[in-house]
Design a protein around this ligand. Sequence first.
Ligand SMILES: Cc1ncc(COP(=O)(O)O)c(C=O)c1O
Length: 410
Amino acid sequence: MIGRADCEALDAGDPLRAIAGRFAPGEAGTLYFDANSVGAMATDVPDRVDRHLAEWRNLRRRGWSESTWLDAPRRLGGKLAPLLGAAPDEVVVCDTTSINLFKALAAALALRPGRRRVVSQAGTFPTDLYVVQGLKTLRDDIDLHLVPDGEAIEAALDDQTAVAYLSQVDYRTARRLDIRRLTAAAHARGALTVWDLSHGAGAVPADLDASGADFAVGCGYKYLCGGPGAPAYVFIARRHHEAVRPVLAGWMGHASPFTFSTDYVPGPGLARFLVGTPSVIANAVMEAALDIWAGVDPAKVFAKHAALGDLLIRLAQESAGAQAIEVGSPLDAGERGGFVALRHPGGAAVVAALADAGVVCSFRPPDSIRFGLSALYHRYVDMWDAIERLRRILGEGAWRAEKYEKTKAI
Ligand SMILES: Cc1ncc(COP(=O)(O)O)c(C=O)c1O
């Protein structure tokens, strides 16, 4: 049995333990396991925002030329790139993940004229599928081929496939796909890849360049800690930059936006994937988080993340006993993404009871209780304390209380 003291010893030897101090702790006594939803706030966010508010107050429109507002999408992309295994000029921070999925998928399809098939997973995050459904109103020849699980992807790739459009990590189970293997399989069929990294980036490696990935997108507000509704990001491998023609062409992607030419001329490299005016305050918040990431070795982050997940799973298994709790995520950290899912038939009620006991996690139907983990601010002892609270709630049956009966997924 693992004791609390064992976890304290792990914390004492953790090379990243000092980083937690760069995040606001939240409510006293509350344990937050929602890095898969809204990661913690960097402590210097208020200062960064104040500085940008002062610029807004004093510079007004001069902020566009005298401050760093306009460069933010590319500057922030450069700071994020090492964590994704990409070069600084291959990532821009902008828009939302849904919008970037649309931009990336449309661009990838255009690079494979004459091919109609898009291979994706039936259980991918719904917005990814809505994007294809929306794109089909412009291109009704798209043949969306959905596979039931990751195992079936390779067999579905054929010489009509334009794009393998995949989520690195399943949002209900945290099962992780092998970007390198599936990208090679897609390329062998002449297809391109578009990866949604939302439940992996900041937690597990993406190794985009080494994997040969073509396009990738993901959320800024989850493990990256960019704040609720943070700008998302887009990766495009450099070899595609000059060939890519944006479908959502906007003035910020123009080669010279301030010449106000009526003809669209794409900007250099990834600049052409920008659309409209960057959100200055949101970028300032995101940059506070990215500056923390820039100071850490991604390999240490990924190693600690795997160890936290392994520990949580072992603790859950040790205390599962007669509690009807099962591990819903892969046991092997190499096959897992950013969170650990535990399964319980009363999942939604258990999540609500956990919240009342000071453990913030999330539920996804039918029975998945998701613990989002952060190598930057979680301690090993947090895993122990959370499972101890869970054990108590299940043991005492607190989750069966009437007030939890109508709890829904949020
Ligand atoms: C895997 C995945 N993709 C896309 C999204 C949607 O991102 P956005 O709301 O930024 O469009 C989410 C949101 O949680 C997600 O989990």
